[in-house]
Design a protein around this ligand. Structure first.
Ligand code: MN
Length: 205
């Protein structure tokens, strides 16, 4: 078993996901993605793809669409540790990104560019080249998504677009119709309330 594969199995065992933890899953290139809905100074969705041992991350102000006509702006942010993908709760006042976070969607994903013959690219190479194509197997989002870099720099700008496949659906609008956590069913407001109850801060009116 390669070092990478060991790493993969270790990670899968750590997470309580429904993904198979066998080497066969790794051989097929299934990895984890998560989308965290985060009400910081401005509401946004943190889209994170696990590769290279971290969660490569983008902030998507409007969230992901199921319509291939929508081009959603995604600003690349700092890589996060893998364990952050399980976080749901409140980032305390005074800390960067203060505010409630919920796991809006999560699941396995595949690199669609891994099997393109001579044009095949790893996730790392796709990131570098500014074109990522993945197949998501989330609870809310499924199917192909393309991320295309439109402006380089420290916080590079990308567009994330639903590919036109059997999961494309212009009417679904999951950001508004399925707003709550796939982990706990809670809304951002409930997460805030639960956090206040836990930490004993006074209830605001
Ligand atoms: Mn965020």
């Amino acid at each position: 078993m390669s070092h990478k594969l060991h790493e993969y199995v270790r990670k899968r065992n750590f997470h309580s996901t429904s993904e198979p933890s066998s080497g066969r899953a790794a051989a097929r290139g299934r990895r984890r993605f998560v989308i965290q809905k985060h009400d910081a100074s401005r509401l946004h969705y943190d889209f994170r793809l696990e590769f290279g041992g971290v969660l490569v991350s983008w902030a998507v102000p409007k969230g992901l669409s199921t319509s291939p006509r929508d081009k959603r702006l995604a600003i690349q942010t700092e890589d996060h540790p893998r364990s952050y993908g399980d976080f749901e709760g409140v980032i305390p006042d005074g800390e960067y990104g203060a505010g409630p976070v919920l796991i809006w969607d999560a699941g396995a994903y595949r690199n669609l560019r891994a099997n393109k013959g001579r044009d095949r690219k790893s996730m790392e190479a796709s990131l570098k080249a500014g074109l990522i194509e993945v197949w998501l197997e989330g609870e809310k989002l499924k199917g192909g998504y393309a991320l295309k870099r439109i402006r380089s720099g420290k916080k590079s700008q990308w567009l994330i677009i639903k590919m036109d496949d059997e999961h494309a659906d212009a009417r679904r609008k999951p950001v508004s119709t399925q707003p709550n956590s796939v982990k706990s069913g809670r809304s951002l407001r409930q997460i805030k309330r639960d956090d206040r109850a836990t930490h004993g801060a006074p209830e605001s009116k």
